[in-house]
Design a protein around this ligand. Structure first.
Ligand SMILES: Cc1cc2nc3c(=O)[nH]c(=O)nc-3n(C[C@H](O)[C@H](O)[C@H](O)COP(=O)(O)OP(=O)(O)OC[C@H]3O[C@@H](n4cnc5c(N)ncnc54)[C@H](O)[C@@H]3O)c2cc1C
Ligand SMILES: Cc1ncc(C[n+]2csc(CCOP(=O)(O)OP(=O)(O)O)c2C)c(N)n1
Length: 575
């Protein structure tokens, strides 16, 4: 049998598994891997400036394609930098493999230069995390890692000492020659019958749908039609549920719409479909609750559940549909829709840009972006207020996609996710909604856009603050502190990095600049000077938040910051 190096075997196996690119930062301990990639044309090394970017980019690719994506970091600090992006991918359940190069194997345990213990560090953010200490473990160990990431959906980590990567091993044929299995997961017939009985006898029914509804749009509409049920969505379900949906009453949660909140709270039966919506206080107390999820361990995790079914949403709804009677009472649906149209109108009224009026309302920027972006645009939004504007003002249509660090909740994901998105969808418009804090956090990778020739468009909501944290502070009764950002001119920085850079200071500049950036043949950044004091009213303000907010006002006055309140009032009440 002919011989090859472990590194070559790794890269061969990845190529056979359909991997097109590996994101990372090169390093001594990764030399075997990068050199093997250099020698072949069917897999690309994507050089970024920070390993966290590499992991977020791989996560975005995996989210958009559903296929395995790969990132790599050199030993010690190199792979340690991957960790935040890996947590995000793992918690979003997208298949990512990380190659964590390691110090020379003979030095392990000696406290050697750059020594860490990756197999401990990455255990919590992976399904599978093992070290290759003997070349004979390969390629089996890598194949197990790939199979774990793909079938359990999440992260696998292969820890590979640099010297082991260069050792020789027999070239063996790949064992993973089968396509990824796609089982049909079906609740039992008796369970479907019982569910039909419950729903046929139910009063006001509301559906709460999440990301598990992907691919089940037709079935979801048909079930909602039979039940005359409003559909509320959780954030990760937005891209799959909101479009072409006459039953849509918006999102629930602190950032959701009042109509989403009330449709859930006023129902007698809640049907949860493929959602892990995490906030307990937004579930109804008295309703009968039915939950369908692919993974049994998810059932009853967030709220009391009266009936739990393990199954795929599409399969379960297809089986359920013929057993449902047509509900003739449409009052709950009509009331919920009326409420939704009112809530939607109120939100849209905030998205205005009166000529000359500064600072610009961020809602207006998001709305104009929604209107000017392509029908198949891929958006990524930073955690912070850009998440609010994206979920409230971007219209999904079944083709557009929306990425964000929605479950892990990390800042700074928008730019790295856009890098992964643009690489796997080179022909589509990829647009970020970036925070000024978020962009600055991984700003080194602005340089990657030019180097990798990626025409990503960045829209920076520049409010010179960690504004989301300020909101949280106000609501909790703290005086905002430690949130001020002394920013540079991001457009100039972009120009310096080889991008088109524009600054919109007044509302009338927003549309032409966004259009110019979107039409630009290359990467572009538009910074928009937006209002820092935008208050986001949650759908139901809890007493402790009311008290908190009054406390903020009192504290602000006591601390001589009355101007803040006048600003707040001006921008949120008298507009
Ligand atoms: C700053 C910030 C604020 C936020 N505020 C809100 C908010 O106000 N409202 C809100 O909704 N979210 C909010 N989020 C997001 C929130 O943290 C959750 O990530 C989100 O609510 C989860 O959405 P989901 O249930 O659609 O997706 P997931 O959490 O991914 O849950 C999907 C579920 O579907 C299951 N599943 C997958 N495939 C299938 C299938 N084929 N069939 C059946 N089941 C399947 C999975 O096992 C899982 O249990 C916020 C996030 C951030 C960062
Ligand atoms: C890595 C990380 N650090 C800190 C936080 C806490 N946090 C959540 S939102 C936010 C502010 C984001 O600021 P920016 O990107 O400027 O957006 P803004 O809310 O100001 O629009 C912070 C610090 C976090 N979620 N992730």
């Amino acid at each position: 049998m002919s011989k090859t190096t472990v590194a070559q075997l790794v890269v061969d196996t990845l190529a056979l598994a359909g991997v097109k690119r590996v994101y990372g930062v090169a390093g001594d301990s990764l030399n075997g891997i990068t050199d093997s990639i250099r020698q072949r044309g069917d897999i690309r090394w994507v050089a970024v400036r920070h390993e966290e970017t590499a992991a977020f980019a791989a996560g975005a690719e995996a989210h958009l394609t559903g296929h395995l994506a790969v990132c790599a970091g050199s030993c010690g600090p190199g792979n340690l930098h991957l960790i935040n992006g890996l947590y995000d991918a793992h918690r979003s359940r997208v298949p990512v493999l990380a190659i964590a190069a390691h110090i020379p194997s003979r030095e392990i345990g000696s406290g050697y230069f750059q020594e860490t213990h990756p197999e401990h560090l990455f255990r919590e953010c992976s399904h599978y995390c093992e070290m290759v200490s003997n070349p004979e473990q390969m390629p089996r160990l890598l194949e197990i890692a790939i199979q774990a990431a793909v079938s359990r959906r999440g992260v696998s980590v292969v820890v590979l000492p640099g010297d082991v990567a260069l050792q020789h091993v027999d070239m063996s044929p790949p064992r993973l020659r089968f396509a990824a299995p796609r089982p049909t997961v079906h609740p039992s017939d008796e369970e479907i019958d019982r569910l039909a009985d419950v729903l046929n006898g139910a009063g006001k029914t509301t559906i709460l749908g999440g990301a598990g509804c992907a691919g089940a749009h037709d079935q979801l509409m048909a079930v909602a039609g039979k039940l005359q049920a409003p559909i509320v969505h959780a954030m990760r379900g937005k891209e799959f549920i909101e479009y072409d949906n006459p039953f849509d009453v918006g999102m629930t949660g602190l950032l959701g719409l009042a109509s989403g909140y009330y449709a859930m709270m006023s129902c007698e039966t809640l049907l949860m479909l493929g959602t892990d919506f995490p906030y307990q206080q937004f579930y109804p107390d008295k309703a009968t609750i039915v939950q369908i999820d692919l993974r049994g361990e998810q059932i009853g995790r967030r709220t009391r559940v009266d009936m739990g079914l393990v199954g795929d949403v599409k399969t379960a709804l297809t089986a359920l549909l013929p057993k449902l009677n047509q509900n003739s009472d449409d009052r709950h649906l009509k009331d919920s829709l009326q409420h939704y149209h009112k809530a939607r109108k109120e939100l849209d009224e905030l998205a205005v840009g009166e000529p000359g009026r500064k600072p610009i309302h961020p809602q207006y920027v998001a709305r104009v972006l929604d209107e000017t972006a392509a029908d198949d645009a891929i958006f990524s939004c930073d955690v912070g207020t850009p998440t609010i504007w994206a979920t409230r003002y971007l219209t999904m249509n079944g083709t557009r996609r929306l990425l964000g660090s929605f479950t892990h909740g990390s800042m700074a994901s928008a730019l790295p996710q856009a890098i992964g998105a643009q690489l796997c969808h080179p022909g589509r418009q990829v647009i970020t909604l970036s925070g000024d804090g978020g962009l600055a956090m991984l700003m080194g990778d602005l340089l990657s856009l030019q180097q990798l020739e990626l025409p990503v468009k960045l829209v920076v909501f520049r409010n010179d603050a960690l504004a989301f944290v300020e909101l949280e502070m106000k609501a909790a009764g703290f005086l905002d502190f430690a949130t001020e950002l002394h920013n540079p001119n991001f457009a100039q920085i972009a120009e310096g990095a080889g991008l088109l850079g524009l600054t919109a200071e007044t509302p009338e500049q927003v549309r032409p600049m966004l259009v110019e950036a979107l039409n630009h043949d290359g990467p572009a950044l538009v910074e928009v000077l937006v209002n820092r004091q935008e208050v986001v009213l949650p759908p139901s303000i809890e007493m402790n938040q009311m008290i908190g907010f009054s406390l903020y006002l009192i504290k602000a006055v006591l601390n001589g910051r009355g101007d803040d309140i006048i600003d707040l009032a001006k921008t949120n009440v008298f507009r």
